[in-house]
Each structure stands twice: as C-alpha cells, then as structure tokens.
Design a protein around this ligand. Structure first.
Ligand code: CTP
Length: 226
C-alpha cells in the first residue's frame, strides 16, 4: 500500500508510458519492468508492393514473431512502437501500432518514430517493387502474351537505420534462411551494420507456425535458442 501511495504521488508528466493507449492515465505496477523508460521500435509482417490495383509482390510473413516481440517488450515496461505491414493480428496491449502497406511507407514510419533506444527489424520487407504501378487493372489480351514486369530495389530500412545519426544503441535484424543459416546470418550482420541477427531456419520450421527455433548471432558469438 505504501508503494502504491508513493507511485500515485509522483507527477504524471514523469511517466514515460503516458500517452500510450493502454497505459494513459493509469499507474501500472510492473514487477518485471526492466525496460521501463525505454522506447523500442519494432517492424513486423510483410510489405505489399502494388503492381496494379488488384495485384502485389510480397514476402511470406504472418507477422506473429514481430507481434510477439512487441507484446513482450510492452509487458517488460517499454514504450513500444510497432510498424506493421498488412497482417491480420490484434494489437498487443499497450503497443502503439502504425499500419503500413509498402516498404517505402514502412521506411517513412520508422523514420517518424525515431528516436528509439532499440530497434528490432522483424519485418519481411520485399526487396523489390514494381518499377511502374498501373493505375488500372492489367488485363489479358487473349493472345497469351505475358506483360513485362520490371522491378526496382526498395530502400533497406535496417541498413539505412544502421548508418543514420539516429541509430538506436541496439539494432537487431532478422534473417529467414533455408540453408547455411549461421554463415548467411554472420555475413548479413556485417553487411547491414546491426548488432545482432536473429536467424530463423525456415527449412526446419515452416513459416507461419506458432513455434520456432532461432540462432542469435552477434559479431563474436552464436547462441542457439531451441
Ligand atoms: N530489411 C529491411 N529493409 C529491406 C530489406 C530487409 O529493413 N528492404 C531488414 C529486415 O527487416 C530484416 C533484415 O533486413 O531485419 C533481413 O534482411 P534480408 O532481406 O534477409 O537481407 P538481404 O540483404 O536482402 O539478403 P537476402 O539476399 O538474404 O534477401
């Protein structure tokens, strides 16, 4: 009771969780609140890159892993901004969610959400988008001719953040690999300039499942989490 009275007596403006939908106006006792006062930025889900109004290019991604990490970070007391591609998942309690469609929208939303203490880039961002987006639906002309589809590269959100003056102190990238998982993750860590890569073996654990095994790859170590 004494602790509750002390917390209630604190000025509300000092609460770093003020303004979050599920925390606003409340005092939440967090026995495991090791991330209290930290802002964690998370991307999740796929991006959709339009070809025409009815078709798009995307990576396979349910968004479950990123949403689970956002829920855990909020539960540990962090202020969490979750930039989500198109997924069919409920927003975890206490998480600020920004919905986007394309990689360029995701990049802009990430930039707007900065600064952050840590960024966890779980999203399966499409590497390429259609060079031109048709304003009306592309139709078959009956001749069997296939329309050409020219691609252009999307911005790399993780690598851009790694090189930015606003780089979070902890920057975590993800990898989904089918082979040579750890070697690819180590190369990706160097190429992207992040601190850790969480590598998923998608040959062993099919995508979209409720459980997975990951390898946490740093510059000096590999820690495999069954
Ligand atoms: N990522 C990103 N922006 C992109 C592409 C990827 O932020 N345009 C991030 C993902 O969120 C993830 C990591 O980078 O954290 C995954 O990188 P990946 O796409 O696997 O790396 P690539 O360099 O494209 O390598 P690969 O040839 O394996 O696709």
């Amino acid at each position: 009771a004494a602790e509750i009275a002390r917390l209630l007596a604190q000025p509300r403006g000092a609460d770093p969780l003020a303004g979050q939908p599920d925390f606003a106006g409340t005092v939440r006792l967090q026995p495991r609140a090791s991330l209290h006062g930290k802002h964690i930025l998370i991307t999740a889900g796929p991006t959709h890159e339009p070809i025409d109004p009815v078709r798009y290019i995307a990576n396979r991604s349910s968004g479950k892993q990123g949403f689970a990490i956002a829920a855990a970070a909020a539960d540990a007391g962090a202020k969490v901004t979750l930039v989500a591609g198109p997924v069919n998942l409920p927003t975890p309690p206490g998480v600020i969610r920004i919905d986007v469609e394309s990689a360029r929208e995701m990049a802009a939303a990430v930039e707007t959400a900065l600064p952050a203490d840590a960024a966890i880039m779980v999203a399966a961002v499409a590497d390429w988008r259609a060079a031109e987006t048709a304003a009306i639906k592309i139709k078959k002309d009956g001749s069997g001719a296939v329309p050409p589809l020219a691609l252009t590269e999307n911005p790399d959100i993780l690598a851009t953040l790694a090189a930015s003056p606003q780089r979070p102190r902890l920057l975590i990238g993800f990898a989904a690999e089918t082979n040579d998982v750890i070697a690819h993750a180590q190369a990706k860590l160097m190429r992207k300039g992040c601190d850790w890569i969480i590598a998923n073996d998608v040959a062993a654990d099919p995508m979209g499942g409720d459980a997975n095994r990951v390898h946490l790859v740093t510059a000096t170590a590999v820690d495999s989490w069954e």
